[in-house]
Design a protein around this ligand. Structure first.
Ligand SMILES: [Zn+2]
Length: 113
């Protein structure tokens, strides 16, 4: 299971999530991206704890963090870290983060690396 980012075929800029137009060269108006798996290791930039969640989340409270991955892409993911600290190294795993009636939603869950 991988989560993919999208690399512009013209300038190499990596996008996540998917966008229609490259944010760097802007010239890429048709679908010309290579999917590349997101790296799993990164640095925690900031985090927050949520206590009121819709019932279809798997957990009662949720730590949410913004992580800068090794390739510079920033992703939002769940934190499974009891005492998160800004600037700490984390490692992501792809897991089911939300279970709806008809679908499962996968996302990055980060652990202390
Ligand atoms: Zn581009």
């Amino acid at each position: 299971m991988e989560i993919y980012a999208y690399k512009c075929k013209k300038c190499g800029q990596i996008h996540y999530p998917y966008r229609m137009v490259c944010k760097k060269c802007k010239a890429n108006e048709i679908f010309e991206f290579d999917p590349v798996p997101l790296p799993r290791k990164g640095t925690l930039l900031t985090y927050t704890n949520l206590y009121t969640l819709p019932a279809d989340f798997n957990v009662a409270t949720l730590g949410l963090g913004i992580v800068e991955l090794e390739n510079g892409v920033r992703v939002t993911g769940q934190l499974q870290i009891p005492d998160p600290k800004i600037g700490m190294k984390v490692e992501g795993k792809v897991e089911v983060v939300r279970r709806g009636t008809f679908n499962k939603q996968f996302g990055m869950v980060f652990y202390k690396s």
